[in-house]
Design a protein around this ligand. Structure first.
Ligand code: HEC
Length: 292
């Protein structure tokens, strides 16, 4: 069948600005693909079908938040060694999938106190140990993986973690990292007690070792516990410290640097006070205008 050119099939009274279908058509036209209305309708059906399928797949992958008692983290935002270990952990084990878009590498270095006594950032340490993507220190911390890739590989995007501790709490993230267990029914062979059917694979498996789930019934119903099946490269204490450091680092990013804010507020108030004083003095010097 001969495809009619776009111009000949559009009734004159339809306007592209009001009709989304025609807008799409206009886009086709700009790309040099004149499309008929039948083609366009077909394309719309395909898009709708695609969206339906995507939402069904997402439903199948939907993770579920479980309300459970959280493990206490005991993080310390002033412990610069812990913050720096946490940054190293993040860059080695999380940055492949998760971004920290709200901050640049330089700002991160500042938050983890990677500077000398004159407050000068150790740029060489930063570049050698914490930047693996060839990014500049002034670039935001993007992950190597795009959201679309994460969705197609894991069924869900790996969320940006810049503010995760503010959203969920430090104890939540710590408990999450310590709550992966073996589950042969899941695509990657593991599940999470806190975020059931999580799309995140157990990336710390080698360090922690495998955990198994034990279901125990008591008065309040079924309660599940995790037990270690075998050790990983780390002892349980080392692994707890590893995850605590990582959470400490994420907490330092989530918390606005408080002393800095107070200092800024102080200077702002001083600035406004000065402006007010100047206006007051100048006002006193201006002779009253004789209106009549
Ligand atoms: C292989 C890719 C990958 C790696 C590596 C990875 N994650 Fe994830 N992560 C994901 C995906 C995908 C999700 C989304 C899970 C979901 O919604 O079911 C996720 C979810 C999370 C969440 C839950 C966010 C929320 O509020 O639901 C946290 C916290 C998290 N990751 C922390 C980490 C930390 C810390 C590391 C490094 C130790 C890490 N992740 C490494 C893929 C990854």
């Amino acid at each position: 069948m001969k495809v009619k050119s776009k111009i000949s099939v559009i009734p004159a009274k339809r306007s592209a600005s009001r009709d989304p279908a025609l807008k799409t058509l206009a886009t086709y036209k700009n790309l040099g693909f004149p499309a008929s209305q039948a083609q366009l309708r077909m394309a719309t059906y395909k898009i709708l079908l695609f969206l339906l399928l995507v939402s069904l797949i997402n439903l199948a992958h939907a993770s579920e938040l479980i309300d459970r008692p959280l493990l206490p983290t005991h993080i310390d935002l002033h412990d610069s060694a812990s913050l720096q270990r946490g940054a190293r952990n993040f860059m080695n084990y999380c940055a492949g999938c998760h971004s920290l878009q709200n901050i640049t590498y330089l700002q991160m270095a500042e938050r983890i106190k990677l500077y000398n006594s004159d407050h000068e950032i150790y740029i060489d340490l930063l570049e050698e140990n914490l930047i693996f993507t060839g990014a500049a220190p002034t670039d935001p911390i993007y992950s190597a993986m795009t959201n679309a890739q994460a969705e197609s590989w894991f069924g869900a995007p790996a969320p940006d973690l810049s503010l995760i501790v503010r959203e969920r709490s430090a104890d939540w993230v710590y408990t999450y990292l310590n709550s992966f267990y073996a589950d042969p029914n899941r695509p990657f062979g593991d599940n999470n007690l806190l975020l059931r059917n999580t799309a995140m694979p157990n990336v710390l498996f080698n360090l922690q070792g495998e955990q198994d789930i034990i279901y125990q019934s008591d008065k309040s119903g079924n309660i599940s516990h995790l037990v270690m099946l075998g050790n990983g490269h780390m002892t349980p204490e080392q692994f707890q410290q590893f995850t605590r450091d990582t959470v400490n680092f994420l907490a330092a990013l989530s918390a606005p640097p408080r002393p800095h804010k107070i200092e800024l507020g102080f200077w702002l108030v001083c600035g406004f006070g000065l402006i007010f004083l100047l206006i007051f003095l100048i006002y006193g010097k201006i002779p009253a205008r004789n209106i009549s």
